[in-house]
Design a protein. Structure first.
Length: 109
């Protein structure tokens, strides 16, 4: 796998996690407009609870990633292992960035 393809996969993981957190927080908070509640508080709650799921979505599910890490360790494929670790870091970074944006908008933490 070339450098450009790996960079593309890492960017995809970052922005997927970012989109999951932002989308879930913003769209989910619309439910409080129909009920009595605070949309900003709902955004805070949703952003906190959806961070981990955003990382899982960005990785493409847990089993393929775990399988790739296992095969990288067992077969000594350092490039595969490094690629998966970078994808996980990109997913965590995207989720954290989305969480930070929601907190800045909603005035939380």
């Amino acid at each position: 796998m070339g450098f450009i393809a790996m960079l593309s996969e890492i960017c995809l993981a970052f922005f997927t996690a970012l989109g999951v957190v932002l989308g879930a927080s913003f769209v989910g908070s619309l439910a409080t407009l129909l009920t009595s509640g605070s949309p900003l508080q709902t955004m805070n709650t949703l952003a906190k609870s959806v961070k981990l799921w955003a990382v899982v979505v960005a990785m493409g599910g847990t089993f393929p990633t775990i399988r790739a890490i296992e095969s990288g360790l067992a077969a000594g494929e350092v490039a595969t292992l490094l690629r998966q670790i970078l994808i996980i870091i990109a997913g965590f970074s995207g989720a954290l960035c989305g969480y930070s944006v929601v907190m800045a908008i909603s005035g939380g933490e």
